[in-house]
Design a protein around this ligand. Structure first.
Ligand SMILES: *Cc1c(COP(=O)(O)O)cnc(C)c1O
Length: 415
């Protein structure tokens, strides 16, 4: 079962104040999650979670994570700029980008963010366009398929990210000659894993790689970055990942592989996005219309511009009907938005409590890759974001777009 973090009474008050649709975030849940992650890795003195900004690039949220001792993982110049403006210091900023423009490397160097190089070819590019830092990380791609037991998790061979082992070793040698003092290894092999085994398996593979790479290059290995990929239980019958178990699994691999090889001081970093935020966001939308043709449709005031995952990946997002959690009457619906695209469906043939026009729907697990993947197709405007604070009161943390925002980039031209 999935339970919303707001009650019907709270939602009624919110909707009276803020027009739907909007994204709602749970401050208490976010803080508890950050503390659980930090606790799970507290065995590693240098541990740091660098929140993947792309998941939820919302300043008020990033500020909360900063207060919980998280850093940020940025992938573009504007994510770097926002993090800088929010007061994240150099050592709190990871820059894991790919196909990186020269200007973005220059800006990352200016902020002294930790650069995570995606490609062997970027060693020479970085040296050419800016300067070589004292600390640098390289992103590893082992190729082949990544599996856990008999489950194929992902296909690194087809992934555009990272470098081969031979390239990583050569990159470390080249960078050492160019003056780098401290090194990191990064890898992201599977996305949205709903198992406690992914991180420990990834860690073991990276730890074994680290031993080999250090033996070959004699570099000072400062950190290993396990990146993102810990997923969430979008489906109600899935069991949520247990970060304490995951942290313990990584600790066991660390003590088995790194400690006996004189690498017992290596820091562990993570760049979680989805796991940190997805369950702590809801998309709140109201029912505008019912329609009956070959199927029963529920038309809501949100659309794929507010949450792209169902349209883009066919992703499941659980839906609760506020106040009808225990209703006996159910019907089977397609829950749709108003875009002129038939993929604009939040749910297909979903059994839900019987819905009436005016009902409020809660779309679950939208706190990561939700608002941030939004767009403006059909000249739809981006929604507001609201933080449900720890004391239960709401705070507007991003206003909804206005027509002026949509027209801002074409104002002043002579048509
Ligand atoms: C997207 C991304 C993440 C976050 O991934 P999640 O699956 O949201 O945890 C972390 N690191 C990098 C480099 C990414 O591109």
């Amino acid at each position: 079962m999935k339970t919303p973090f707001v009650t019907k009474a709270q939602l009624d008050r919110l909707i009276a104040e803020f027009p739907t649709p909007f994204h709602l975030y749970d401050e208490k849940g976010i803080r508890e999650k950050a503390r659980a992650v930090n606790q799970a890795f507290s065995w590693n003195p240098g541990f740091k979670e660098y929140f993947a900004v792309k998941a939820t690039p919302t300043p008020a949220i990033l500020k909360i994570l900063k207060e919980e001792n998280c850093g940020v993982d940025c992938a573009s110049e504007i994510e770097l700029l926002m993090s800088h403006k929010l007061g994240f210091e150099a050592e709190d900023i990871m820059f894991s980008s790919n196909d990186t423009p020269a200007q973005e490397f220059k800006y990352a160097r200016k902020l002294n963010a930790t650069i995570n190089l995606d490609a062997y070819e970027h060693v020479a590019f970085l040296a050419k366009v800016t300067s070589i830092p004292e600390t640098i990380s390289c992103r590893y791609n082992p190729g082949g398929v990544f599996s856990l037991g008999t489950d194929i998790m992902d296909n690194p061979e087809e992934s555009k990210f990272g470098m081969t082992k031979a390239q990583l070793i050569q990159a470390f040698k080249d960078l050492k000659k160019l003056g780098v003092k401290k090194f990191g290894i990064h890898s992201f092999l599977a996305s949205n894993t709903v198992t406690n085994d992914y991180y420990p398996a990834l860690a073991k593979e990276l730890f074994e790689l680290a031993v080999e790479v250090v033996a070959e290059t004699q570099v000072d290995l400062d950190f290993i970055n396990l990146s993102g990929g810990i997923g969430v239980n979008y489906q109600p019958d899935q069991v949520a990942n247990d970060i304490a178990k995951i942290g313990e699994g990584v600790r066991l691999a660390y003590e088995e592989v790194l400690t006996p090889n004189n690498l017992g001081n290596v820091k562990i970093f993570t760049e979680l996005g989805r796991f940190m935020l997805a369950p702590h966001g809801h998309l709140i939308t109201q029912v505008l219309h019912k329609k009956q043709t070959y199927r029963d449709y529920i038309g809501v005031d949100a659309s794929a511009v507010n949450l792209m995952r169902p349209a883009m990946y066919g992703a499941y997002h659980h839906i609760s009907v506020a106040g009808k959690e225990t209703a006996d009457e159910t019907e089977t619906y397609d829950v749709v938005g108003s875009l002129c695209e038939n993929n604009d469906k939040f749910a297909k043939q979903r059994t839900l409590p019987t819905i009436e026009v005016g009902d409020t729907l809660i779309i679950h697990d939208t706190g990561a890759h939700g608002f941030s993947m939004g767009y403006q197709y059909n000249a739809k405007l981006r929604s507001a974001e609201i933080l449900l604070q720890e004391d239960g009161t709401p705070r507007l943390i991003r206003r909804a777009e206005k027509p002026e925002d949509y027209f801002a980039t074409i104002t002043g031209f002579d048509f």
